[in-house]
Write a protein that binds this ligand. Structure first.
Ligand code: 3HC
Length: 311
């Protein structure tokens, strides 16, 4: 019954064990997981677009092969995450529908355009770097299927981050105009990457409860600080400047201080007014509609197999 289920659920959380799909769980826990996991899945699927945009224009065969592998990984991440969300009782068609009608959120970061090749470097270094910072603690999330999906995803994200760093390193070792291209791109991606961690703790309605449930292990601001601290030495190694005049080491705190972010831009992007919100959704919708015949064929085949088995 519910009382025994609740007691067992609290015991699992307190003892840092994993909650599994067949365990009793509070409705609000289920709901917040579906919300977070489906938003995460959508981010991976929409996140294929800014880089997919460069596959045909990658500057060499090697770069093209690496970029294709990375974009395919993102499709895979989206699929594991949809599967994890499905174990909570929400089916994939419902989640797809929420995405293509614009009802669902996905990460703000994928609503920025990628006008230069250096953006492939910045996405790998900054966007995937932020993703790793945020996602490594999710490997210990209290919900088993989510935590397990995150383990594999994080391994692949590390490769993504390294390949981005390496693109920027090659540009920084190149001509003056290549160095300028790298710096200009880092200037555009730095602040949006910091915003990926979500609003400041004081404006984050879900953090407290998600941390009590051990879905999130650190707050948005804690992870953002960790990310900035990690970036500074890497920027030095690259020879790029991080575009924040207030960025400086704070001896007392043992962390870098950094400037206030423009949160009005973040909320504007969430409202649908980013550079590419409309492009991203239209492309996704067209791909979904274009794939209708595949779904129909698969269904017809499954029906035929089922009928044959029933004979
Ligand atoms: N973009 C869009 N929406 C965001 C956001 C962002 N960067 N940050 C926060 N939000 C939304 C939240 O989803 C929430 O909206 P909702 O209540 O309508 O669902 C609202 O803003 C308030 O934020 P909270 O801090 O209260 O929300 P959370 O506790 O859920 O924390 C989060 C936000 C840190 C992003 C958390 O959901 C999380 O850790 N999610 C998993 C990671 C993830 O989704 N990453 C996606 C980008 S990385 C990626 O896709 C990899 C790449 O390689 C493709």
């Amino acid at each position: 019954d519910d009382a025994a289920g609740e007691e067992r659920f609290l015991e699992l959380i307190t003892s840092d064990s994993r909650v599994e799909p067949t365990d009793w769980m509070p409705e609000a826990y289920r709901k917040t997981l579906v919300r977070q996991i489906s938003q995460h899945a959508h981010s991976e699927i929409i996140g294929m677009q800014p880089e997919g945009n460069w596959i045909t224009r990658a500057p060499s065969l090697k770069r093209k092969a690496i970029l294709m592998a990375k974009v395919q990984d993102e499709a895979g991440h989206g699929l594991y995450l949809y599967s994890a969300a499905q174990t909570l009782g929400t089916d994939r068609d419902t989640m797809f529908e929420q995405l293509i009608t614009g009802a669902a959120k996905y990460s703000s970061i994928f609503n920025y355009l990628t006008p230069t090749w250096a953006d492939m470097g910045s996405i790998g270094w900054l966007v995937d770097g932020a993703a790793i910072c945020n996602q490594v603690p999710l490997c210990r999330a209290s919900y088993g299927p989510y935590a397990r999906a995150m383990v594999r995803i994080c391994k692949e994200e590390s490769f993504h981050q390294r390949q981005g760093f390496e693109i920027l390193l090659a540009l920084m070792n190149g001509s003056e105009s290549q160095r300028a291209m790298a710096q200009e791109s880092v200037n555009r991606w730095y602040a949006p990457a910091l915003m990926m961690f979500g609003p400041p703790d004081a404006d984050s309605p879900n953090s407290r409860q998600s941390m009590d449930w051990k879905i999130k292990r650190f707050s948005n601001d804690e992870l953002r600080q960790r990310f900035v601290d990690m970036l500074v030495p890497q920027a030095e190694a690259l020879g790029v400047t991080l575009p924040d005049p207030d960025l400086k080491w704070n001896e007392e705190r043992g962390h870098y201080d950094f400037g206030e972010l423009d949160w009005s831009e973040f909320y504007d992007v969430l409202k649908g007014n980013g550079q590419a919100n409309a492009v991203r959704l239209n492309t996704r919708r067209a791909a979904h509609e274009g794939g209708a015949w595949v779904r129909e064929a698969a269904r017809a085949y499954a029906d035929k197999q089922a009928a044959a088995a029933a004979d």
